[in-house]
Design a binder for this molecule. Structure first.
Ligand code: CP
Length: 315
């Protein structure tokens, strides 16, 4: 039985709630492997994974690479800046070249929204979206969901705040979908220029006052100010942004004692989150990174036809 009845993993919308739960369940199994002295399993032996990142990445690219290696796949990492893309090769020609070399999975990050969806219709290999424009970052949302499940046991009824540059955030768009699907109540918070009214279509609450919403939150996910994507100034100054919307030590003291502090990274310390908060016992930022490897192993495994956890033999 195929765990995920699909060739590609493109966004959260196209996954069923059962598939989201299945990916998280299998990730728990793979995370257990990390405590063993031998952390590799032969699940993808003979398969080839190609990472193709048209935008910069630290966490996501390395995490996919490590996940593929721990499943014993062969890895090709295309460094776009030094590839024939700079000579004008099109996306589809680059990917057909990967296919001619028998890549089974193409993990792609692209500045254009829906680029992975276009690709998936034109090639036989499985396409995994590692972030497309402002649109989606499904594997980040799945690792965020898993990280909350691990700490809280459920998302049902949790109040989750997503704070900061929501407008430019593919993470926010995918997180909203995943968190709501598992029963969380989501509130978006930031200056009106970074949390525009268009987000009301997601059936979430919107607040422009962080101090008002913080005491009710079970989880707060702080987003990076994406200065590289902003055209013009969307808030008066970084100092003023910090005063109104940064998660500071003083604000953390006014939160529930067991609040989980998350951030997808990379962090702008001293802008959206203070140094001591990022490293506080409430912060699970580093665990999110560890969980990302387990989630991506789970996705490879289930796309390859892996069985659900309860049917899984020890590998
Ligand atoms: N969270 C995330 O996507 O980080 P990178 O840009 O480093 O991959």
């Amino acid at each position: 039985m195929n765990g995920l009845k699909r060739k590609d993993l493109l966004d959260i919308q196209s996954l069923t709630t059962e598939e989201i739960s299945l990916i998280c369940q299998s990730a728990r199994y793979f995370k257990d492997l990390f405590t063993r002295s031998v952390k590799t399993v032969p699940i993808l032996r003979g398969k080839t994974v190609c990472t193709l990142f048209y935008e910069p990445s630290t966490r996501t690219r390395i995490s996919f690479e490590l996940a593929a290696k721990r499943l014993s796949a062969d890895m090709i990492n295309v460094a776009v800046a030094t590839s024939s893309v700079v000579k004008g090769e099109s996306l589809i020609d680059t990917v057909h070249t990967m296919e001619a070399m028998k890549a089974d999975y193409i993990v792609m990050r692209h500045a254009a929204s829906l680029a992975p969806h276009f690709l998936s219709k034109n090639i036989e290999a499985s396409v995994i979206n590692a972030g497309d424009g402002f649109h989606a970052h499904p594997t980040q949302a799945l690792l965020d969901t898993y990280s909350i499940l691990e700490k809280k046991g459920t998302l049902q009824g949790l109040r989750i705040g997503i704070v900061g540059d929501v407008k430019h955030s593919r993470v926010a768009r995918s997180d909203i979908e995943a968190f709501k699907r598992l029963g969380a109540r989501v509130v978006l918070c930031g200056p009106p220029t970074l949390v525009p009214d268009e987000f009301k279509i997601y059936d979430v609450d919107i607040s422009y006052n962080l101090d008002e919403i913080l005491p009710e939150l079970d989880v707060v996910n702080m987003l990076r100010i994406q200065r590289e994507r902003q055209k013009g100034s969307l808030f008066p100054s970084l100092r003023e942004y910090h005063q109104q919307y940064a998660l500071t030590e003083d604000r953390l003291r006014r939160c529930k004692g067991d609040i989980i502090v998350m951030h997808p990274g990379p962090i702008n310390r001293g802008i959206e989150i203070d140094h001591r908060v990022a490293d506080s016992p409430n912060s699970i930022i580093n665990e999110q990174v560890t969980n990302g490897v387990a989630i991506r192993m789970s996705i490879f495994y289930l796309l390859a036809g892996g069985t659900p956890l309860e049917e899984m033999e020890k590998v």
